[in-house]
Design a protein around this ligand. Structure first.
Ligand SMILES: *Cc1c(COP(=O)(O)O)cnc(C)c1O
Length: 689
């Protein structure tokens, strides 16, 4: 895993409650969560409000996600404007329709609501500042190219003439075919060849407002030539490399050495080349993109200030400027902290629209120029909220728990030392005791390595060490202040929850760039989550895990979860020695706000394929399932790596025949093997539950 230095989280001045108060409130909530069974009687019963606070659902989920009285997550896809549905019940209903987990649920109404919100924010800003121009947003297709989503987007965007942005030739193919809204913009970005440029120019003849954004100086003569040859005047824009830099992960998307865009000298060169070709009136748009998930409004303001000046200068040079395209970057508040932390943002959509509208208006007024149509290319802010990934927990693993057996006279000194440490732990010395215990455990391992300690003795030493850790953690959790060197203790003692999911397929950014997504149970929220856990996925890759979770401050390394409930009533819970696999009641977790970028960047690590996906819309009577997109079968993923499933079956068949002849396998066994093999090929790549 790539190391990360987490920037200190700067609190936004607009932040409502004092964070310190919230923090201590949260601490006491987590204390409740860890109470031992004797003290439970003394504590207040766990409420859904406690879960709300613990998982911060109001912070990141409003207005779409909340918790109902039954302790289930509910979805209000229309925001404040309409009904809601119970996510847990929805998942159960979908499972009855033979849709297995993991399951990606897309709420088309949320998509519509996001488009409405963005457009409403710009309309409001335009009215407020008396801006004498329009806003015309586009959706960057790269954010989520799924056909059903793009179709829905174009449909919902129609009233606002919401367009599409293509960042590559294949995306241009999608945009050209799908976007039929009169007046909507088709922004053509990315690397271009002659074919790309000709298609974009010819699209004008279909009545499309296709604008070719020049990102490389080499594209200028190509566009001039194609326009001449076709006898159609292309509409072009220039993508500027701003000197105002973004910050955070995509900070290098801007600046002189950015991958894309033209430097100021190159922009001037473009103007001269167009002028020489008598095509300067083709240049109508200025574009920039300073990166995604811009968490600070100050960065957004700097960029629009610089871009506004470039815009008015281009107009002064004689270009027929009509559009200013501010790119993407509008952030999503993944942790709900409203700060400029990388997983958050210290502004809302309205602040964003206001700053852009006000800045552009002022720059144009100073030069007495008409204001441009404003364009933005928000992807993340439009597509993130609409999908929820629901997956189940398969099993868990815990470090050993319980009171150690009393010490015997003859036991090894190191074991006696550990036992004494265990016995002595109290509120005064728990920090020191942790260091002692750690040191004794390390000594025990050295002694074992030199042959002075037997395997059972080493096991005894390790158990004693865990017992010390458990006792120390119990005390540390009661303290207001936990010394830094004890913070790892939570991680050491955390349970591992095995999840039916591939992080590489369904949340690649969580693996690749430490992106945080809110994760929480979607039921049992009226119940104390008494476990602290990290999540381990199905892949056999040690990076296939999630051990960073949203928190008010920075990140937390364990997630509070509920213990699994054994299935058959009356059976003993799984003990360490039990060899019979335990079956559990389903326990569902949801990963939220992952509708942007994850699907297409997901990969087939260990050959876990696409998950099942469904599209849900709200109806007056409940909801309807608009589309079901079945996840990959094993035959499909094996086909991606050029295996033919018939050949595979044939190979197994021949091997069983051979083994039967040599009497190594019975007919019955060989039939069972073949049956399982063939059946698996047409099945989902994830584990059935
Ligand atoms: C990726 C990208 C976007 C989308 O950015 P978000 O931060 O997701 O809104 C917009 N424009 C361009 C040119 C991009 O490359």
């Amino acid at each position: 895993m790539v190391g990360k230095s987490v920037a200190p989280k700067v609190e936004d001045e607009k932040k409502p409650a004092s964070s310190h108060e919230e923090q201590s409130a949260k601490n006491s909530a987590s204390e409740t969560a860890t109470g031992s069974s004797q003290s439970n009687l003394l504590k207040k019963a766990w409420t859904i409000e406690d879960s709300e606070e613990l998982y911060r659902i109001t912070g990141w989920g409003e207005p779409y996600f909340s918790i109902n009285a039954a302790g289930h997550v509910t979805v209000s896809p229309l925001g404040d404007r309409g009904g809601s549905l119970d996510l847990y019940e929805l998942v159960n209903a979908l499972r009855l329709r033979n849709l297995s987990l993991p399951l990606l649920i897309r709420f088309s109404d949320i998509l519509e609501d996001r488009i409405e919100r963005l457009n409403a924010a710009f309309s409001k800003a335009i009215a407020r500042y008396g801006y004498d121009g329009d806003y015309r947003g586009v959706f960057p297709v790269k954010c989520n190219q799924q056909r059903h989503l793009v179709e829905a987007l174009v449909k919902f965007g129609k009233p606002h003439q919401f367009g599409l942005e293509a960042g590559s030739k294949p995306e241009l193919m999608i945009a050209l075919a799908m976007l039929k809204t009169p007046g909507a913009l088709l922004i053509c970005n990315g690397y271009k060849d002659r074919e790309y440029i000709e298609m974009a120019i010819l699209a004008q003849q279909l009545g499309k407002d296709a604008i070719i954004v020049l990102e490389q100086i080499e594209e200028v003569p190509l566009v001039i030539e194609a326009g001449r040859k076709l006898g159609i005047r292309p509409i072009v824009g220039v993508r500027a490399k701003l000197s105002s830099k973004g910050i955070g992960r995509w900070g290098t998307s801007a600046g002189d050495r950015a991958k894309f865009g033209l430097t100021i000298p190159e922009i001037l060169q473009t103007v001269e080349q167009l002028r020489a070709a008598n095509m300067l009136d083709s240049l109508q748009l200025l574009h920039y993109h300073i990166g995604s998930q811009i968490s600070s409004i100050a960065v957004i303001k700097d960029a629009i200030r610089e871009a506004s000046q470039i815009y008015v200068e281009l107009a002064k040079l004689g270009a027929d400027m009509k559009y200013l395209d501010v790119g993407g970057g509008l952030g999503v508040d993944y942790d709900g902290s409203k700060t400029n932390f990388y997983a958050s943002k210290n502004y809302n959509i309205q602040n964003y629209a206001n700053d852009i509208v006000a800045e552009v208006k002022e720059a144009c007024a100073e030069r007495n120029l008409p204001v441009p149509t404003l364009v933005s290319e928000s992807g993340r802010a439009i597509a993130s909220h609409q999908s929820v990934l629901v997956f189940n927990v398969l099993s868990t693993s815990d470090v050993p728990h319980g009171t150690p057996e009393p010490i015997q006279e003859k036991e090894h000194l190191i074991i006696r030392n550990l036992y004494e440490t265990y016995e002595s732990i109290n509120e005064e010395n728990y920090q020191e005791a942790f260091h002692d215990a750690t040191q004794f455990k390390e000594e025990a391992i050295s002694l074992f390595n030199f042959g002075y300690l037997s395997l059972p003795e080493r096991a005894r030493a390790e158990r004693l060490y865990w017992a010390c850790c458990e006792k120390i953690l119990g005390i540390a959790r009661q303290q207001e202040y936990v010394p830094d060197d004890l913070e790892d203790l939570e991680k050491i003692m955390a349970s591992i929850y095995y999840i039916n999911l591939s992080v590489f397929q369904s949340a690649p950014d969580s693996w690749a760039i430490d992106q945080l997504f809110p994760i929480m149970p979607i039921h049992r929220l009226d119940e104390e989550p008494t476990k602290r856990a990290t999540l381990a996925d199905l892949t056999c890759d040690s990076d296939g895990k999630i051990d960073q979770f949203i928190d008010l401050r920075d990140v937390k390394h364990v997630l509070e979860l509920h213990p699994l409930i054994p299935k058959a009533q009356g059976t003993e819970p799984k003990t360490q020695n039990s060899s019979i696999p335990q079956e559990y009641e389903p326990y569902y977790l949801g990963m939220f706000l992952n509708g942007a970028y994850q699907e297409i960047m997901g990969n087939l690590h260990n050959l876990f394929g696409d998950t099942n996906a469904v599209h849900i819309t709200l109806t007056p009577k409940g909801y309807q399932i608009d589309h079901v997109v079945k996840g990959d079968t094993m035959t499909e993923v094996l086909g991606y790596v050029q295996y033919d499933s018939e050949d595979l079956v044939e190979s197994i068949r021949q091997q069983t025949e051979q083994a039967m002849q040599e009497k190594r396998i019975t007919l019955q066994e060989s039939q069972l093997l073949l049956q399982n093999y063939e059946r698996s090929l047409s099945r989902y790549t994830y584990l059935s539950s």
